[in-house]
Design a protein around this ligand. Structure first.
Ligand SMILES: Cc1cc2nc3c(=O)[nH]c(=O)nc-3n(C[C@H](O)[C@H](O)[C@H](O)COP(=O)(O)OP(=O)(O)OC[C@H]3O[C@@H](n4cnc5c(N)ncnc54)[C@H](O)[C@@H]3O)c2cc1C
Length: 455
């Protein structure tokens, strides 16, 4: 009889972003020897923080939020015990340049009618616009889940005008998909509205972390991983996966050293993954052939510290403005009142210097927030992540690869793999759970880590 110890496998996970971490937490309780290799000196990947050189403060490179429909991210957070740091926002606050505010909250009626009253009350759309939206939404619900044609012509064919396109469809999609309404396909647009707004009363509730991401995916998570026997090696850049006899047998570090493994989960971003497969092996991975065709979309975040509180709301969703979301991050230890402005799909800012972007955003805040007009900006910082996410262009799923590969013992994970989700933390966690399921299936074990959608 084989002892359980003899069947333990060594699994190397390359990439300590949410995808790699989710795979690790799914597999750890199964008794494997798991080593997680991360090239940076911190976990969390794109969802992480850094220490500000001036103040020593832990800062998120960009505010990350999730929604009630992100059931796998919620499961991940509960598993590692950081869900207590996520604050649901049952009300969303929308503001137009004239400083008018609309409150968006669910009524205690069943989905999909729970947001009807909030939509009817939206000051930034006319009554006829709202009827147009209902027409568009009904057509979207009838659309096949697999259809992925260019959204903009589809919206126009379904009665949408410039105002509903920019003030509703574009507003929601630019934040949710990190892409403009002109560039996205119907598939993920449909998903955002159906899963995020129509299917469940809680689905639209935005969750905002109350602590920096570096705290969420830092010490607490490392504690959990070490308690469950996962070896985490930071600052370990992997050059390539090693193969022998058509199998993945470990990894080679940039230093030239190697680490053998029974199985490898490659959980690195889409613009890194192909170079980590030796050229001679690439032809054996046909599912990855089109990954290099994925295109990136940038996100810019503007961090401002004022000498006084400038916001009366926890956040604002801005309509017809340069900034799309403003988050009130509260007072920091140095007495600065920290506000973060996010500009998704920020391609238009590409040719502007950081100083110019900061000037435009502070001027906008001054116009929008009366308290900011006399306030002094103590410090500021502009961060642009050029490859923040892949672009959800029509037909994008043909470019993404499934987690299972044609090479035994090599499994993929990452928000860019096929998950049925756009590039989000939820998509990353789902990919990690699916990668763990692939490993279990290959060992003849049945496992279901991916969580169901909200019911
Ligand atoms: C500015 C910004 C804002 C965002 N806002 C949101 C948001 O509000 N909500 C949301 O849901 N999503 C948001 N996202 C997207 C979200 O961050 C990602 O979808 C998710 O974190 C991706 O996780 P991942 O594990 O797939 O990839 P990553 O986080 O990129 O993780 C991959 C890891 O692999 C490591 N790695 C790379 N090469 C090597 C190597 N050779 N050896 C070892 N390690 C390596 C990297 O350092 C990284 O840690 C945002 C992204 C950005 C950039």
């Amino acid at each position: 009889m084989t002892s359980p110890v003899a069947t333990r496998e060594s699994i190397v996970i390359v990439g300590g972003g949410l995808a790699g971490l989710a795979a690790a937490i799914a597999l750890a309780p199964r008794g494997h020897r798991i080593t997680l290799l991360e090239s940076r000196n911190r976990l969390g990947g794109r969802a992480s923080s850094f220490h500000d050189a001036t103040t020593g403060q832990l800062l998120d490179a960009c505010q990350h939020v999730s929604m009630g429909c992100c059931t796998n991210l919620a499961h991940f957070s509960q598993t590692i015990g950081v869900d207590r740091f996520l604050q649901p926002q049952p009300v969303l606050w929308f503001m137009t340049p004239d400083r008018r505010i609309s409150r968006f909250a669910a009524d205690p009626v069943p989905a999909p009618f729970h947001l009807s009253r909030a939509l009817l009350a939206a000051h930034y759309l006319t009554f006829t616009d709202k009827l147009r939206l209902v027409r568009g939404m009904l057509a979207l619900m009838r659309l096949s889940a697999d259809a992925d044609e260019p959204l903009l012509p589809w919206l126009k064919r379904h009665g949408q005008n410039d105002r509903t396109i920019t003030r509703f469809w574009g507003l929601v999609l630019t934040s949710a998909l990190n892409e403009t309404v002109e560039r996205v396909g119907t598939k993920y647009a449909r998903k955002v509205f159906l899963d995020g707004f129509l299917r469940h009363r809680k689905a639209f509730e935005v969750q905002v972390p109350t602590v920096p991401l570096g705290r969420l995916y830092g010490e607490e998570l490392q504690g959990w991983l070490s308690q469950h026997g996962v070896t985490v090696r930071l600052g370990q850049g992997v050059r390539q996966v090693e193969f022998a006899d058509g199998r993945a047998i470990g990894v080679q570090f940039r230093t030239g050293e190697t680490l053998p493994a029974d199985r490898v989960i490659l959980a690195v971003p889409f613009d890194r993954v192909v170079e980590m497969i030796p050229e001679a092996m690439r032809s054996q991975l046909p599912s990855m052939a089109r990954v290099p065709e994925l295109t990136p979309s940038p996100i810019t975040s503007v961090h401002l510290w004022y000498d006084r509180a400038v916001m009366d709301y926890p956040h604002l969703v801005l309509i017809d403005c340069l900034g799309q979301w403003i988050f009130d991050r509260g007072e920091d230890a140095a007495g600065g009142h920290y506000v973060q402005v996010v500009v998704s799909a920020s391609r238009e800012l590409r040719n502007q210097g950081h100083a110019e972007v900061e000037r435009a955003i502070t001027a906008e805040i001054q116009r929008l927030l009366p308290k900011a007009s006399d306030a002094k900006v103590l410090r500021s910082r502009v961060i642009t992540e050029m490859t923040a996410t892949f672009s959800a262009v029509p037909g994008v799923d043909a470019l993404r690869a499934p987690q299972v590969t044609a090479i035994p013992s090599l499994v993929l994970a990452g928000d860019w793999t096929l998950t049925g989700w756009p590039a989000t933390m939820e998509g990353a966690v789902r990919s990690g759970y699916r990668a763990a399921e692939v490993i279990c299936a290959a060992r003849g074990e049945s496992a279901q880590f991916e969580q169901p959608d909200l019911r």
